[in-house]
Design a protein around this ligand. Structure first.
Ligand code: GAL
Ligand code: CA
Length: 353
């Protein structure tokens, strides 16, 4: 194996996975082992079905996957075909895309399912075709994942991101009470911008974000809460209404993701709310990190930063019928849980270079 290929592996595949990844590449390059139905042994074909390509976080994940795949190809000569399909938030459209992926001989599917309660039909199609499925970011119910042993879910545990948001607010509340408890009543008046109804992250973040505050004896008053469907534009209009209703009595804005946190900031700036209340989001998108540096966003939570790499590694292993790399821990036979990271202005440099 050339030095060039080895150095690629050290970058793409950390620690123990390197050995397995090296074996995998040899198998891919030698041919005859791809498990591919068409017999094109140097090419691994991954069908990536997205719930919506215009979602900020999801498009960042897919861009990173594409970049990693290109790096992998450049370095070892094997080919990874990443076929992306935009489900346009429509389960029927997404199922047609899955049919096309299966008909065209994909080796493995990565699915960001539109309706996470409707995975059974999709799984049955994959089982009939004998093609493994890795769900990510939008978590199907457990019974569906258990339909076959080649079905996985890759993602973080939503409750952790909520807890981190609560901890960020708690720290600020304890350290700068006079500034953040604007009316000085010892109660944190907050509004909650929720993600898409029924999404596990929306449900769990909403539930868990207040827990660290309650557990530490902070009295809370919820002024308002509503869904803005992960959307910056919807958050702007929701927040404008709340600004009209509550003005500067809002002391904290808890948003289930960064796009909505940024929408809230846009609205408050437009409505002349100054200083801004505490605002927290999740995802650590590029514009959110800018807002953090600027000081308008108090904190965010990095959303499974290693997801693109894990999706690729697991896809390659499943497509070629190889053992899953040791660096990937599979729990309860189907779940690969990835970490979140808490980010504030003080810690941003430790996380994002
Ligand atoms: C969440 C993320 C949101 C949105 C959603 C899509 O984890 O925080 O911004 O991308 O996934 O399923
Ligand atoms: Ca107060």
């Amino acid at each position: 194996m050339s030095r060039k290929i080895k150095s690629c592996f050290s970058r793409l595949f950390p620690k123990g996975a390197q050995i397995i990844a090296a074996l995998l590449a040899i198998l891919l390059l030698c041919g005859g082992c791809s498990g591919s139905s068409s017999g094109t042994s140097e090419t691994v074909r991954i069908g990536v079905a997205l719930y919506s390509q215009d979602d900020t976080f999801i498009s960042a994940v897919t861009q990173q996957m594409e970049q990693l795949a290109r790096e992998y190809e450049d370095q070892n000569g094997g080919k990874i075909n990443l076929n992306l399909a935009d489900g346009q938030r429509n389960q029927t459209i997404q199922l047609e895309q899955i049919d096309r992926f299966l008909d065209s001989g994909c080796d493995v599917l990565c699915v960001n399912i539109v309706d996470r309660t409707a995975a059974a039909v999709l799984i049955d199609k994959a089982v009939s075709a004998g093609i493994p499925v890795i769900f990510f970011n939008r978590q199907p119910v457990q019974e569906d994942l258990q339909r076959w042993d080649k079905i996985y879910y890759v993602g973080p545990k939503g409750e952790q991101s909520g807890i981190y948001q609560g901890e960020i607010l708690l720290q600020k509340w304890n350290q700068e009470r006079e500034q953040v408890d604007r009316n000085g009543d010892g109660i944190m008046q907050y509004v909650m911008l929720e993600g898409e109804p029924g999404h596990q992250d929306a449900l769990l973040r909403t539930e868990y974000a207040t827990k660290p505050l309650i557990e530490n004896g902070v009295a809370l008053e919820k002024l308002a809460s509503d869904t803005a469907n992960w959307s910056r534009a919807q958050a702007v209009s929701k927040m404008k209404q709340w600004c009209q209703e509550f003005g500067s009595s809002i002391e904290a804005v808890i948003a289930n993701n960064d796009d909505m946190a940024l929408g809230a900031i846009d609205a408050m700036k437009e409505m002349g709310i100054d200083p801004l209340p505490m605002v927290v989001g999740v995802d650590a998108t590029a514009p959110a990190l800018e807002a953090l540096e600027e000081g308008s966003l108090l904190g965010t939570v990095q959303n499974a930063p290693d997801m693109p790499e894990i999706l690729l590694q697991l896809s390659l292993a499943l497509a070629t019928g190889q053992e899953v790399p040791e660096t990937i821990t599979i729990q309860d036979e189907h779940y690969v849980w990835l970490p979140y990271h808490k980010i504030t202005k003080e810690t941003i440099r430790q996380i994002v270079p």
